[in-house]
Ligand binder design. Structure first.
Ligand SMILES: *[C@@H]1O[C@H](CO)[C@@H](O)[C@H](O)[C@H]1NC(C)=O
Ligand SMILES: *[C@@H]1O[C@H](CO)[C@@H](O)[C@H](O)[C@H]1NC(C)=O
Length: 334
């Protein structure tokens, strides 16, 4: 489910309080959700709105897919998006909210949700992959935050602009359950959600969750076992002649958010509520590793740690830095 994470992102943008503009100038060339700026929070492909940016090359290009195993052993494996300079091999994950509550702890990515009194709800964390993917197999070793009602953990592949999305989600009211879902073009159809009982408390131990996405099908696996298959052929909408099947290039993302206090009754009932908050209470989701195998690529790159950028020898073009060569951005004029 994407709306709440977008809402959080919007909150984060508003908090950074740049002046709203209808078009962007060359010093703040990238447009996102009503604001212009020059860093990755605004220029990153998928977040940046090309039509409203300064010119057609202002938004950064998609980084492309790289088959690699990220093990979150280095602090460079996740950094605040504002500090990202455009090399996805050095910084494979970006923390996209401010305040930034994504960190590396004991060889895992930790996403933390703290209470935000002003809004009377938890403020979570989201880490987006800096590489993009368009078909491939992604396995994440995840320990969820399903320790209390209302706390939602997610592992998704999403394109924010097209609204194509493939999900694993865990709701805190049911620690042994994982839910799978997918969306095409932001069409909300919660009836496509399927729940699966993992047979263990997902917050106690790591399990492997795999999304295997091809042009023809999506498979979801838990600990190597296929739990669901959706075939593209079966998603044909007779009325429009369109396949309601996600196809657009996207990013892998992990997120923790407060579904119980979200303010939407349907969401609260889905996640469980109220989310228990109190002195010193916080909730954490952990990702031990993420293994990506790009479509058409059998091999896996290991190590993305700082200082050892990987150089794929097969598959897509090696990703390059997105920053225009030698260009220095001027300080923001506000
Ligand atoms: C487009 O904008 C970028 C900055 O976003 C600038 O570097 C480039 O020169 C511009 N291109 C044209 C053709 O104006
Ligand atoms: C979460 O963000 C707040 C505000 O920046 C910061 O004080 C706190 O240390 C962060 N917590 C974690 C676990 O990163």
């Amino acid at each position: 489910m994407k709306f709440n994470s977008l809402l959080l992102a919007a909150t984060a943008l508003a908090a950074s309080a740049v002046q709203a503009q209808s078009t962007c100038n060359e010093w703040s060339p990238c447009f996102r959700e009503g604001y212009c700026d020059s860093d990755a929070m605004f220029c990153l492909w998928g977040l940046c709105d090309e039509a409203k940016s300064f010119n057609s090359t202002s938004c950064w290009k998609p980084e492309g897919c790289a088959s690699q195993l990220v093990t979150f052993d280095s602090s460079a494996d996740v950094i605040p998006i504002r500090t990202y300079s455009g090399n996805p091999n050095v910084n494979p994950y970006l923390s996209i909210f401010e305040p930034d509550n994504a960190s590396i702890v004991d060889g895992a990515l930790k996403l933390q949700m703290n209470y935000q009194a002003a809004q009377n709800k938890g403020f979570g964390a989201t880490a987006d992959a800096s590489h993009t993917i368009q078909y491939g197999r992604v396995t994440a070793r995840v320990k969820t935050a399903s320790v209390a009602p209302g706390v939602v953990s997610s592992f998704i592949i999403r394109n924010d602009q097209t609204g194509d999305e493939i999900d694993f989600e865990w709701v805190g009211k049911d620690p042994s359950q994982v839910q799978t879902n997918y969306y095409f073009n932001d069409i909300l159809d919660y009836t496509k959600m399927v729940a699966y009982n993992v047979g263990a408390d997902t917050s106690k131990d790591y399990h492997d969750y795999t999304i295997d996405w091809s042009e023809n099908s999506i498979q979801w696996l838990v600990d190597g076992k296929v739990i669901r298959v959706v075939n593209k052929a079966d998603t044909l909408d007779a009325a429009t002649g369109k396949y309601l099947f996600p196809t657009s290039e996207a990013r892998v993302a992990f997120s923790i958010w407060d579904g119980g206090n979200s303010g939407a009754q349907g969401t609260a009932e889905w996640a469980g509520y109220p989310t228990p908050w109190g002195n010193g209470v916080s909730y954490q989701m952990f990702v031990d590793s993420v293994d990506v195998k790009c479509s058409g690529d059998q091999g896996t790159q290991t190590s993305t740690d700082a200082g050892e950028p990987s150089n794929p020898t097969s598959g897509p073009e090696p990703p390059v830095s997105n920053l225009p060569g030698g260009q220095k951005c001027r300080p923001r004029p506000y």
